[in-house]
Design a protein around this ligand. Structure first.
Ligand SMILES: Cc1cc2nc3c(=O)[nH]c(=O)nc-3n(C[C@H](O)[C@H](O)[C@H](O)COP(=O)(O)O)c2cc1C
Length: 435
């Protein structure tokens, strides 16, 4: 048709191809510049600097070396070395999705028992220590225990948080059992936070009226960044608090009590990060490399601390426990806390009726019931417990915010636009079952 109208098609075609090549060329160049800068220009400049010194010395010795050829070889070598070492490095965060958690070689375990215990183990715990074990007595009859090796003496000397974490484990177990058609028959065994044997449980086959949706257990996670500052909507608040208003208190970000918790959280983090035993304990639970994360399947990984991209790569490949003890690491930790508390819907505090073992376990369960409800509302939760862990901030808390009951959890809450997938690791069930 164009030819019929006398248009010179071949000229237009040629012009179009030239233009297209130009556009594609510019795009490729833009990406190329980034890659070449990272792997080419920087090593090449270093090589050139070196080569200046080199050619001088070589000439001095009466040799004649072609300088541009030398630069070429040096840059090529540097580029190849840089690329190879990057490819051999610890390149990406190890995620929960990368590991198999449900496989069990324990012949005694029935498939549904294995599934229920796996789901229970997805409970949160301070520093992700997973301080529980399960003593297998007979099918569907276990003792849930407190694993001394997983305590955090520097920040939790009375094992209050250990018991709260075990409480969260019990709640997951209860919900998971209901999904497989069991009700749990519990007997409290522990009289102190230090007792090995905490609870005995029997799973009784009984058509449960409320089978819990286990997808909620699998998708729950602690979120630490990108909180919005909108206060919780009344209908969401009602959904979260309604069943236990006596024990769940919401302090909206606009309230002076919430501002007080912000300030105290920063102060407590400052105190704790300068307390060497606490900082050393934190260092011991950080799994810097993917190799260690895979080996231990617990603790805090770069992924669970939400250290992404180049920063994550640097931490995985170049950091160790000694870095955590350095001044700049401690300072950066406090800066992160300042940033975190500057964005939230406010704080959710969970109280207990007293400080008995039973009350700690029940409060852990209460926290977990709440935690399992927030994702469907697009609300993130971040426990920040330092105020309760440092004596000076703990002592003034109740009076300053006008709550009389014992506060067991301080949870930063907030809506998030994109809810991330869970990434923290868990030990496989065979590692925490004792037969
Ligand atoms: C008792 C308790 C205390 C916690 N304290 C903190 C805390 O102070 N700061 C923090 O970032 N996360 C805290 N967490 C969250 C844990 O680090 C988190 O549950 C763990 O790393 C596992 O990750 P997940 O919740 O995404 O499964 C706490 C959790 C529990 C149960």
């Amino acid at each position: 048709m164009a030819i019929a109208r006398g248009v010179s098609v071949s000229t237009h075609r040629t012009m179009f191809i030239v233009l297209l090549s130009l556009v594609v060329g510019i795009c490729i160049k833009a990406i190329g510049v980034l890659l070449v800068s990272a792997f080419g220009v920087i090593p090449a400049c270093a090589a050139q600097l070196l080569s200046r010194i080199f050619t001088h010395s070589l000439k001095f010795k009466g040799n004649s070396v072609n300088r541009s050829k030398f630069i070429g070889i040096a840059s090529g070598t540097a580029l190849a070395a840089g690329t190879t070492s990057y490819l051999l490095s610890d390149r990406s965060n190890l995620l929960r999705a990368d590991i198999n958690l449900t496989d069990s070689k324990n012949a005694m375990l029935k498939p549904d028992e294995a599934e229920i215990l796996f789901l229970a183990s997805l409970a949160p715990s301070g520093h992700n220590t997973q301080p529980w074990f399960v003593q297998y007595l007979e099918p569907y009859h276990w003792i849930i225990g407190n694993d001394k090796n997983k305590w955090l003496p520097a920040v939790d000397p009375t094992q209050r948080e250990t018991m709260l974490s075990i409480g969260a484990f019990l709640q997951n177990l209860d919900y998971a059992a209901s999904a497989f058609g069991y009700v749990c028959d519990w007997t409290l065994l522990a009289t102190t936070n230090q007792d090995d044997r905490v609870m005995s449980v029997k799973l009784l086959k009984e058509a449960s009226k409320n089978a819990f949706d286990i997808a909620k257990i699998k998708s729950r996670r602690t979120v630490r960044s990108n909180f919005l500052s909108d206060v919780l909507k009344p209908e969401d608040l009602k959904y979260l608090v309604n069943s236990e208003p006596k024990f769940i208190h919401y302090l909206p970000t606009t309230s002076k009590e919430s501002q007080f918790i912000n300030e105290q959280t920063i102060a407590a983090n400052r105190l704790q990060s300068h307390r060497d035993p606490a900082q050393q304990e934190l260092a011991n639970w950080i799994r810097f490399s993917s190799k260690d994360a895979e080996k231990y399947r617990d603790g805090l990984t770069t992924a669970s601390m939400e250290i992404e991209g180049i920063s994550g790569w640097v931490v995985r490949n170049f950091y160790d426990k000694d870095n955590v003890m350095k001044k700049d690491f401690r300072e950066r930790g406090i800066d992160t806390v300042k940033q975190e508390v500057s964005a939230s819907a406010g704080w959710i505090l969970i109280t207990s009726k007293d400080n008995s073992v039973a009350a700690f376990l029940e409060t852990g369960r209460r926290m977990q019931r709440l935690f399992l409800k927030v994702r469907e509302k697009g609300i993130a939760i971040h426990p920040m417990t330092q105020i309760l862990e440092e004596a000076s901030t703990r002592q003034t808390l109740n009076q300053s915010i006008g709550i009389n009951e014992s506060i067991q959890f301080i949870l930063r809450s907030g809506y998030v636009k994109n809810y991330p997938q869970p990434v923290s690791l868990r030990r496989p069930i065979d590692w925490f079952i004792r037969t």
